[in-house]
Design a protein around this ligand. Structure first.
Ligand SMILES: Cc1ncc(COP(=O)(O)O)c(C=O)c1O
Length: 370
C-alpha cells in the first residue's frame, strides 16, 4: 500500500478525449501531454488518448517527445521548447516535429536535417500577441523565406500560435490574434511554403470559440477533465484524485497546541488524525487552514501548519470512527464530497493547472478505469 497516491482515472481521460474530438469538428485534435501529461503520467495517458481519437500530440521538450515515441506513440508529436545546441538529429530521426520560434532555430533544423539526410517536419510558431515564444512579426518573412529555400531538408506542415486571453472568450485580443495567425499563414504562402495544418486553440478556446479551430485544436487541461475557469461546465470528468493515509489517530485535550509553532489549539477535548502528506509532496504550505480532507465520505479540517511530510486533521469527537490506515482524500472530482482542484486553486489564489501539477515527491500514481 502506498502512503500517497495520485489515482488517475483513464476512463475519464478516454471520455474527455472523445468529447474534445467531437468538439473539434472537422479540425484535427492535438493532445497536449507536456509536463508529464499535466502530471498524470504522459506515457500512460497518451496511449489512452491515442486510442480515443487524438490525431497528434504536443509537448514542450524534446525529452518529452522521445518518451512518447519510446512508449509506442506513432502519431505526429510536436515539440516546441528546445535550443539549437540540443540533439536535433536524434529528434528528426525519431520523427519528432519541431516547433520553430526563431531564425536561429530555423537555421539549426535545416542544418540538422541535412546532416542526417532526413526531411525535418517543422511547424513555425508565430508570435501573434502573447509575446512569449514565437517568431515576431518583423521576422516572419526572414524565417519563412529561409525555410522555403531549404525545401530539400524541411517540410513546413503548419503555422501555430498561442492565445494570451483565451479564458476570456469575448476578449477582442482573441480575434486579433486569430487575424494575425491568418496574416502569418498568408505571408508563409507568399514565400512558397504550403502550411496546411495550422492551429491556435487551447482548452478555453476549444470549449468556447468554435470559430478559432483552424485545421487543428490543441487542448491540454480539458483532457484531464478540468475546466480552465471555475464554474464553466462542459461535462468533463476530472481524472486525478490525490489521497494520503491516516498514519496516527490520537487524543488531544482542550487547549493543547498542534504542530510547529502551536498555531492551532484544540477548543475542546477530541481526536486528531495525522496524515502523510506535506509540502515535500506538493501540498503548499500556503494552504494551511484551508484544506478539508475527506475520510470515508466525511470532511474534516486540517489544522496547524503544513509540515514537510505530514498534516494534522481535527476529527472532533471522531463520530465516524476514523482509524489508522484510512484514506484521506485531499482533492478529487468532487463526486464523493471531497474538495476539488478548483477549491484548492481558490484557496491558494492560483489556477487548477497548478494544483494538478503540484503532487510530486513520494506520490505514487495508480491507474484505474483501464
Ligand atoms: C503552446 C501551447 N499550446 C497548448 C497548450 C494547452 O493549453 P491548455 O491546457 O489550456 O489547453 C499549452 C499549455 O500551456 C501551450 O503552451
Amino acid at each position: 500500500m502506498n502512503l500517497l497516491t495520485a489515482r488517475i482515472d483513464l476512463a475519464a481521460i478516454a471520455y474527455n478525449t472523445r468529447l474534445l474530438k467531437k468538439r473539434a469538428g472537422a479540425a484535427q485534435l492535438m493532445a497536449v501531454v507536456k509536463a508529464d501529461g499535466y502530471n498524470h503520467g504522459a506515457a500512460k495517458v497518451a496511449q489512452t488518448i491515442a486510442a480515443n481519437g487524438a490525431d497528434q500530440f504536443g509537448v514542450a521538450t524534446l525529452a518529452e517527445a522521445h518518451e512518447l515515441r519510446a512508449a509506442g506513440i506513432t502519431q505526429p508529436i510536436l515539440s516546441w521548447i528546445w535550443t539549437p545546441e540540443q540533439d536535433l538529429r536524434a529528434a528528426i530521426s525519431d520523427g519528432i516535429d519541431l516547433g520553430v520560434s526563431s531564425v536561429e532555430q530555423a537555421h539549426a533544423v535545416v542544418a540538422a536535417a541535412r546532416a542526417c539526410g532526413r526531411t525535418a517536419r517543422v511547424t513555425v510558431k508565430a508570435d501573434t500577441g502573447l509575446h512569449r515564444a514565437g517568431v515576431p512579426r518583423c521576422e516572419w518573412n526572414g524565417v519563412f523565406g529561409l525555410l522555403a529555400d531549404a525545401h530539400d531538408a524541411v517540410n513546413v506542415t503548419g503555422i501555430f500560435s498561442h492565445l494570451a486571453c483565451a479564458d476570456e472568450p469575448g476578449n477582442p485580443e482573441n480575434n486579433a490574434q486569430a487575424q494575425r495567425l491568418k496574416d502569418a499563414i498568408a505571408a508563409a504562402r507568399e514565400t512558397g511554403l504550403n502550411p496546411s495544418v495550422n492551429h491556435l486553440a487551447n482548452t478555453p478556446a476549444v470549449l468556447t470559440r468554435d470559430d478559432l479551430g483552424f485545421d487543428m485544436v490543441r487542448p491540454g487541461l480539458a483532457l484531464y477533465g478540468l475546466e480552465p475557469v471555475a464554474g464553466w461546465d462542459n461535462g468533463l470528468r476530472p481524472a486525478m484524485t490525490l489521497a494520503a493515509t491516516v498514519t496516527v489517530v490520537k487524543p488531544v485535550d482542550k487547549g493543547e497546541g498542534v504542530s510547529y509553532g502551536l498555531t492551532w489549539r484544540a477548543g475542546h477535548k477530541g481526536v486528531l488524525a495525522v496524515v502523510s502528506m506535506g509540502y515535500a509532496d506538493g501540498l503548499a504550505r500556503g494552504l494551511a487552514g484551508t484544506i478539508e480532507v475527506t475520510i470515508n465520505g466525511h470532511r474534516y479540517p486540517q489544522v496547524g501548519v503544513v509540515c514537510m511530510d505530514q498534516i494534522v486533521i481535527d476529527l472532533g469527537s471522531n463520530p465516524h470512527g476514523v482509524t489508522m490506515g484510512d484514506e484521506a482524500v485531499i482533492f478529487g472530482p468532487g463526486t464523493s464530497g471531497e474538495m476539488t482542484a478548483y477549491d484548492l486553486a481558490r484557496a491558494l489564489d492560483t489556477i487548477p493547472y497548478e494544483i494538478i501539477c503540484r503532487p510530486h515527491g513520494r506520490v505514487v500514481r495508480e491507474y484505474v478505469g483501464q
